[in-house]
Design a protein around this ligand. Structure first.
Ligand SMILES: [Ca+2]
Ligand SMILES: [Ca+2]
Length: 251
């Protein structure tokens, strides 16, 4: 229907144009000829305005428009969460040596030094050592005892020779040994209160109890014994029993 009306309107327009052209041709000719009624009265006027046409069909979808200009810069975002702890880094190079520290405070005074010992001698059963400090018989005996021993008690030629050699090799002349007659004059005993038995090594003419108070005994570097006064202060020789292994230790 709509298409038909368009075609009709088109036809009317064509006819109207043609009529106007024909009228113009004929009337132009009439100018040179006697005027006719046709040209003077047959004027073509436009028709009345038609009614409003129907609404047209919607057009096709248009093309995509151009890309718009860049927008304004946005606001700063919120800070992100703290990330996981990273791996431990490599060990750094060794640092330079530090400066020397200040000198420390002086320490407390040391105790009395160890006794000067002229080496040590030993047998299968005992240790011997000569103490190169001059002591009375009593002090010498105490020195040996507080260390677990006693003044040396030579009970045979072997042990007596060992001690004698020890004295002479140490460049000494005399030392106290553990023999005395303090308890009963003339009855010499070892420091463990056992009497002299089958062995002694008295120097010739000794013991003589010269001053009437020679109740302690020294050994000379020759191995000979001599009774002397106990308050003399001379070097001395200690002896210590070697610890015997117990049955438990043997096991
Ligand atoms: Ca005596
Ligand atoms: Ca004497």
């Amino acid at each position: 229907m709509n298409g038909q009306k368009k075609r009709q309107l088109k036809t009317y327009l064509i006819l109207a144009v043609l009529s106007a052209l024909l009228a113009r041709v004929f009337c132009s000719d009439a100018d040179s000829h006697p005027t006719t009624d046709v040209c003077s009265t047959n004027t073509i006027l436009p028709g009345p305005k038609g009614e409003k046409g129907e609404r047209g069909n919607p057009g096709e979808i248009g093309k995509l428009g151009k890309e718009g200009p860049m927008g304004m810069k946005g606001e700063k975002g919120d800070p992100a969460d703290v990330g996981d702890q990273g791996m431990i880094g490599k060990i750094g190079p060794i640092g330079t040596k530090g400066e020397k520290g200040c000198k420390g405070l002086s320490g407390p005074a040391g105790g009395k030094g160890k006794a000067v010992i002229a080496g040590i001698r030993e047998t299968d059963e005992k240790y011997y050592y000569i103490v190169k400090e001059e002591r009375s018989y009593r002090d010498a005996l105490t020195h040996c005892r507080i260390r677990g021993g006693t003044l040396a008690m030579p009970r045979d030629e072997a042990s007596n020779s060992l001690i004698a050699d020890y004295i002479s090799k140490s460049g000494l002349f005399r030392v106290f040994i553990g023999v005395n007659d303090v308890e009963k004059e003339g009855q010499f005993m070892y420091t463990d209160n056992t009497p002299l038995q089958n062995y002694s090594s008295w120097k010739e003419s000794e013991p003589n109890d010269a001053s009437g108070h020679e109740d302690c005994v020294e050994m000379l570097s020759s191995g000979a014994w001599n009774d002397v006064e106990c308050h003399l202060t001379i070097y001395f020789v200690c002896e210590f029993m070697k610890k015997k292994k117990t049955d438990l230790q043997r096991a």
